[in-house]
Write a protein that binds this ligand. Structure first.
Ligand SMILES: Nc1nc2c(ncn2[C@@H]2O[C@H](COP(=O)(O)OP(=O)(O)OP(=O)(O)O)[C@@H](O)[C@H]2O)c(=O)[nH]1
Ligand SMILES: [Mg+2]
Length: 196
């Protein structure tokens, strides 16, 4: 499998008027906090430093933009599912996400990061609904698969595929630590970013 093109941090957006220019093609990464989003992004991009750049200070919820080739981007959406987040922060997250999913023309697909031990949650399902409402594709990574045995892996894969019974949603097992499924995930991202 070919390496991912070199990638660089572009900018962070804390509000809907700070998104980078909406041209070209971009793939968004979303997931519950601690699901393994940074690890997955780094593994797919073949980089170690992205996570550090994108670490969100305190409770600021940021959309982080990375550029791969000119006018092709990876977008790290703010995590969700924190237990102790003030309602105002939650509302801001919702507004920002709804805006992003509503307006973004360059958005071609969503990589949804789900901890394989937790399975698909309510907020994950909402992200899928938003991307499907735009007729875009989604690909679910069931992360940390190294924590499960073979039977558990097969079960969560089957259950998640059943829960995502839409032709535009694909699902795979993934482990950044055990390096499982990285080529498969990278091929999906690369395919989406390529011109149609
Ligand atoms: N066993 C195992 N642990 C993993 C894997 N990927 C990530 N983790 C662990 O899960 C924790 C969270 O990983 P991150 O990649 O930082 O997850 P995140 O979703 O970006 O988390 P936040 O940005 O903090 O919300 C860390 O302790 C990682 O070491 C994996 O493939 N296997
Ligand atoms: Mg992270």
């Amino acid at each position: 499998m070919a390496a991912f093109p070199p990638i660089r941090f572009l900018t962070s957006a804390a509000a809907s008027n700070q998104l980078v220019a909406d041209r070209g093609r971009e793939v968004a990464f979303a997931g519950r906090s601690n699901a393994g989003k940074s690890s997955a992004l780094n593994a797919i991009a073949g980089r170690h430093a992205l996570a550090r750049v994108s670490r969100t200070p305190g409770r600021t919820q940021l959309i982080n933009f990375f550029e791969a080739a000119p006018d092709t981007r990876l977008v790290d959406l703010p995590g969700y599912g924190f237990a102790k987040v003030p309602e105002s922060v939650r509302r801001k997250w919702l507004e920002l996400m709804q805006h992003y999913f509503n307006v973004r023309e360059s958005l071609v697909g969503l990589i949804l990061i789900v901890d394989s031990r937790r399975g698909l949650g309510q907020e994950d399902a909402a992200m899928l609904e938003w991307i499907l409402a735009r007729d875009r594709a989604a690909h679910v990574l069931l992360t940390k698969s190294d924590k499960l045995n073979r039977a558990q892996c097969a079960r969560v894969l089957k259950e998640t595929r059943a829960a995502c019974a839409d032709a535009a949603v694909t699902v795979q097992l993934f482990s950044a630590h055990a390096k499982q499924g990285i080529d498969e995930a990278r091929a999906v991202v690369t395919g989406w970013l390529a011109e149609p």
